[in-house]
Design a protein around this ligand. Structure first.
Ligand SMILES: CCCCCCCCCC/C=C\CCCCCCCC(=O)SCCNC(=O)CCNC(=O)[C@H](O)C(C)(C)COP(=O)(O)OP(=O)(O)OC[C@H]1O[C@@H](n2cnc3c(N)ncnc32)[C@H](O)[C@@H]1OP(=O)(O)O
Ligand SMILES: Cc1cc2nc3c(=O)[nH]c(=O)nc-3n(C[C@H](O)[C@H](O)[C@H](O)COP(=O)(O)OP(=O)(O)OC[C@H]3O[C@@H](n4cnc5c(N)ncnc54)[C@H](O)[C@@H]3O)c2cc1C
Length: 664
């Protein structure tokens, strides 16, 4: 029935001010208002419809994305949207496109690695989309190992040019988004060669296609790499391959903020550390952490609403069956994901602050916080994307059979999201970077240089190695200090244990390789501690609105205690807690689930997602799931006719043949 809210009874149970929670989720009233306005603008414009997307074949899918992306650009200009509004609008269009890489990597690479003059030349063109750019780093043979890239950029002093070349098949650029069919330019990463000497990997702005007729320029071979995971999903994106055959570019197209090549072919290093060549990756990893909370909250919103609608078993005297959300097993799978979405939102907010802070410091030639920023962005990117990818799949299972329907929105969300565990750094490779940072920190303890920031807890290493958990009853686990100390002690002890084992190897690199699985576990423990501690820090802030802070405290408890329960092996093995204390934590966790239960629908309403953005019948705001599923089935092209295409050719002869067999 039109206009009936099938979740109204659920919404009546709410114990907090949802409108205020929406502001907390958005980050500020201003961000909420911009988001809300842009989401509605997209939802109300028929050009941005997406319910037909899963039916499209690759070419139509791609053209459809071009149509939407260019229409979005037209609206951005017509409405004179700010950068913030434009970026929100693009995200609500909700379709991976070349514009993600243009705005998300090409522009930031020029901003971060280009000199002032280079920025002055290229950014205005990029801002007006008079050139479209991609980020061409990964090759067929090398992705994780950036130092192993094979593309060469050889300086020719005769002509004052670089010669960009792909010497082998494995040096072909492979994967860059937007490269396959759209980009006119790329920031291409290549080995710099001056007078026969190698000088590491640097970024170069290379024009790839003609601005007149879009044909590849001489010496350039470029194409799409082919279909990817899932039928629709990320196939809206033209990930590309690219080969260079001695392509010449002017010297001033090497991005020269980190190192400069002079007219006579000499390299001059600026004060800036060489790792800044990796700066765009740090920036993007930070945005990916923010996106993780969005993707996870979408999945959780769908699974929570549907769990309140869906009923199975438990009917007595002909009454309604039990809502599946009331099953403790459903709650123990769903509510930690809900809590994780909030936790990732807050750690993402903090990481954005950290990134802004490190950027300002870099501008003032203070490079001291760069290693921590690298470790935090790498580790949190790895942790949040892994949990989110698994969480989307768990949400699908929480929706039973209907979760497998494309109209649930979950299969597509999963297919689009899951490469986040790989792109912008494979999650294991990134955790190993965190492990290196941890081992370095442990080795420097006692050197007089106290660890700061997210690693400052290591400064209390003696206390953390010896302390024992003081929890005596379940409610003691609600004390933030008890929880924080548990996570700190676990992370510190796991790191120290790895460092002790490492010290037994005569070759540290061999030791690191041998112990890498343990090191990854220590890095995960450290990253989980960061998320828990940033959630607690959020709760220190003034949070207005009836019951809002209380709900966040409950979610923070769920987030930390479900981790403690899941990883109790770590906490027990490091002897910080006893089995009894682990069991008390689980008792408290169950109690917290009961407190989430009446607020669950309101907690996902606070994400403020339009039905358009969610793109899910199971997650629709009014909960009127069954009629919508029934109607959607009839819209499937297979139901255009009662007798399917192919009946005469295949089904009828088959049936006849079976008759003949039966007669024999
Ligand atoms: C329909 C539904 C829609 C649903 C939508 C859902 C939401 C979707 C969201 C989508 C969002 C965005 C879309 C994104 C689109 C995809 C973009 C993907 C783009 C890419 O993938 S680009 C390619 C990225 N490539 C990588 O990340 C490669 C990974 N490898 C590396 O980073 C490095 O090579 C390395 C692993 C770090 C190793 O490098 P290297 O060997 O040079 O380094 P060492 O280990 O020797 O370390 C040397 C030294 O340098 C320090 N260091 C390393 N990296 C950095 C850094 N980045 N910054 C600062 N410092 C760094 C390291 O710590 C060492 O320091 P030390 O000497 O120990 O002090
Ligand atoms: C959808 C998508 C979009 C992308 N977009 C872009 C783009 O726009 N631009 C771009 O340049 N690139 C892009 N990429 C490439 C991406 O950045 C790389 O695929 C990614 O960095 C992983 O590198 P790889 O493929 O070389 O993985 P590999 O390193 O080959 O990983 C394979 C396996 O080896 C393991 N492994 C590798 N090294 C180690 C190690 N040292 N220790 C232990 N285990 C290890 C990994 O954990 C993994 O299990 C994209 C990729 C995808 C999937």
């Amino acid at each position: 029935m039109e206009g009936v809210d099938y979740l109204a009874d659920e919404r009546k149970k709410t114990e907090f001010d949802v409108e205020e929670m929406k502001i907390v989720w958005a980050g500020s009233r201003h961000t909420f208002e911009v988001s809300d306005r842009m989401a509605k603008l997209v939802a109300n414009d028929p050009v941005f419809r997406k319910d037909d997307r899963v039916m499209l074949a690759r070419k139509d899918l791609f053209k459809n994305t071009l149509r939407k992306a260019t229409y979005a650009w037209k609206r951005i200009n017509e409405l004179r949207l700010s950068e913030e509004e434009a970026s929100k609008l693009r995200s609500f269009v909700d379709e991976p496109a070349f514009t993600d890489l243009h705005w998300g990597m090409f522009v930031p690479a020029i901003k971060g690695q280009g000199t002032d003059e280079q920025q002055k030349k290229w950014l205005p063109l990029a801002y007006k989309m008079q050139i479209i750019g991609c980020y061409a780093q990964t090759e067929l043979g090398h992705g994780s190992n950036v130092q192993g890239l094979e593309t060469t950029a050889t300086f020719d002093p005769q002509t004052d040019e670089f010669v960009i070349h792909s010497p082998t098949l494995t040096s072909s650029k492979w994967w860059p988004g937007g490269l396959g069919k759209v980009s006119t330019h790329g920031v291409v990463y290549a080995r710099l060669i001056l007078d026969g000497q190698e000088h590491g990997i640097h970024g170069f702005i290379v024009q790839l296609r003609s601005l007149e007729d879009h044909r590849p320029l001489p010496g350039i071979t470029v194409a799409d790499i082919g279909m990817k995971f899932g039928s629709g999903a990320y196939n809206t994106m033209d990930n590309g391959l690219l080969r260079f055959d001695h392509v010449r570019i002017p010297r001033d197209q090497m991005l020269m903020r980190v190192s400069q090549v002079t007219r006579d072919g000499k390299i001059v290093q600026s004060d800036v550390p060489r790792q800044l060549v990796y700066g765009t990756m740090v920036y993007v990893r930070q945005t990916i952490v923010q996106d993780a909370s969005i993707a996870l909250s979408r999945a959780v919103c769908i699974a929570t609403r549907y769990s309140a609608v869906r009923r199975q078993f438990g009917s007595s005297n002909g009454g309604p069956e039990t809502q599946v959300i009331d099953y403790k097993t459903q709650q123990s799978r769903l509510f930690p994901l809900l809590a994780s979405a909030y936790a990732f939102r807050f750690v993402g907010e903090w990481l954005k602050w950290l990134y802004t802070d490190v950027t300002q410091r870099l501008q003032a030639n203070d490079f001291s916080t760069l290693p921590e920023a690298h470790a935090c962005t790498a580790g949190l990117k790895s942790l949040t994307t892994s949990v989110t990818a698994d969480g989307i799949e768990e949400s699908r299972k929480l929706c039973g059979g209907h979760g497998y329907l494309a109209s649930s929105g979950l299969p597509e969300l999963f297919a689009v999201y899951v490469p986040a565990c790989t792109y912008e750094g494979d999650n294991t490779v990134l955790m190993l970077q965190v492990a290196r940072f941890l081992m370095k920190t442990v080795s420097q303890l006692g050197s007089g240089k106290p660890p700061v920031g997210t690693i400052s807890y290591m400064g209390r290493i003696e206390q953390l190695m010896q302390c024992r958990c003081a929890v005596k009853k379940a409610g003691d686990w609600l004390n933030p200090n008890a929880v924080l100390e548990a996570f700190e002690a676990r992370a510190a002890r796991m790191s120290v244990s790895c460092a002790q084992k490492l010290s037994k190897f005569s070759n540290p690199e061999e030791g690191f390789a041998e112990l890498s699985a343990d090191l990854v576990e220590a890095a995960v423990a450290h990253c989980q501690l960061i998320v828990v501690s940033k959630f607690f820090e959020k709760l220190q802030q003034d949070i207005p609105g009836k019951g809002v802070k209380r709900q966040l405290e409950v979610l923070c408890g769920v987030y930390s205690l479900h981790l403690l329960h899941k990883h109790q092996g770590d906490f027990l093995a490091t002897s910080y807690i006893t089995p009894k204390q682990a069991s008390l934590a689980n008792d408290q966790l169950r109690e917290l689930y009961s407190q989430v239960r009446p607020n669950a629908i309101a907690l996902v309403d606070a994400f403020n997602y339009t039905d358009h953005y969610l793109g899910s019948i199971l997650g629709c705001y009014d909960g009127n799931v069954y009629p919508k599923l029934y109607e959607a089935a009839w819209r499937d092209p297979l139901n255009d006719s009662v007798i399917p295409d192919g009946y005469e050719q295949y089904i009828r002869p088959l049936l006849k043949q079976q008759l003949r067999v039966a007669k024999l």
